[in-house]
Ligand binder design. Structure first.
Ligand code: NAI
Length: 248
């Protein structure tokens, strides 16, 4: 069966590492991006230069119509989706909860929570064996923050990842008999550009002493776990969480 993966926010960071590894493992890959076409195109070029199949598709995952277009374009250009990685995510400037605005919370939840909801729904409608689909696997990129809570930095972000955890659990049970597995990874401190959006690009240098393995993780270390959860090596695993957090 042809394997087709959609990686949201796949133009950089964990998403880009996942897209490249998925292509190496034989998936035709849709690299979704919101605004940075250049970086998404460079991931696609890297995959194609290595002999793989990839397309880049612009879509804001928090927009219902754009998510539908993302899945339709993938249907048309690559075939029915068999794997979805809900990787797109945002956080904002570190601050105390009492200082945060309602607009900020809406932005965080629109992308991290409702973006994942919309992509899960679009994927399930296509994958479900109840609707003539071939089944599939979904991996949600949660965060260790869902358990740590991120006090004084971004409680809102942590809470959005808590919602992603509940989504993972509930859906895994609801769609198990439709041939779809739903799992999540919870990365810890991973070396990506995301920390700069919190206002502290060198955050990992400050916090790495708290990690038993005494370092931040790499994007590839997260991608390996995601690809395992998507693969036929994990066919008895659903509703599960893999923490990739150096022992935190
Ligand atoms: P990143 O900032 O490099 O990548 C996030 C990607 O998501 C970017 O390409 C961005 O353009 C895209 N994106 C954001 N909003 C979007 C939207 N509305 N529609 C489409 N794409 C959108 O950061 P990183 O670290 O690679 O993050 C990937 C995922 O990993 C996120 O869900 C993040 O919460 C999660 N994570 C990251 C950790 C870290 O330490 N870097 C730790 C735990 C979880």
């Amino acid at each position: 069966m042809k394997q087709v993966a959609i990686i949201t926010g796949g133009g950089q960071g964990i998403g880009a590492a996942t897209a490249v590894l998925a292509a190496q493992r034989g998936y035709a890959v849709c690299v979704n991006y919101r605004t940075n076409e250049t970086s998404a195109d460079s991931v696609v070029c890297r995959i194609r230069n290595a002999g793989g199949t990839a397309i880049a598709v612009q879509a804001d995952v928090s927009n219902e119509d754009e998510v539908e277009r993302l899945f339709q374009t993938t249907d048309e250009k690559l075939g029915p989706v068999t794997a979805l990685v809900n990787n797109a995510g945002i956080l904002e400037q570190q601050m105390k909860f009492e200082e945060m605005t309602y607009d900020r919370w809406k932005r965080i939840f629109d992308t991290n929570v409702f973006g994942s909801f919309l992509c899960c729904r679009a994927a399930i409608r296509r994958m479900s064996t109840h609707h003539g689909g071939q089944g599939g696997a979904i991996v949600n990129v949660s965060s260790l923050a869902s358990r740590a809570g991120s006090p004084f930095e971004y409680v809102d972000y942590a809470a959005s990842k808590g919602a992603v955890d509940s989504l993972t659990l509930g859906l895994s049970k609801e769609v198990a008999d439709a041939g779809i597995r739903v799992n999540a990874v919870r990365p810890g401190f991973i070396d990506t550009a995301m920390h700069a959006s919190g206002g502290e690009p060198n955050r990992i240098e400050r916090v790495k002493a708290q990690v038993p393995l005494k370092r931040g993780g790499t994007t590839e270390e997260v991608a390996f776990a995601i690809l395992w959860l998507l693969s036929d090596e994990s066919t008895y695993t659903t509703g599960s969480f893999i923490e990739i957090a150096g022992g935190r």
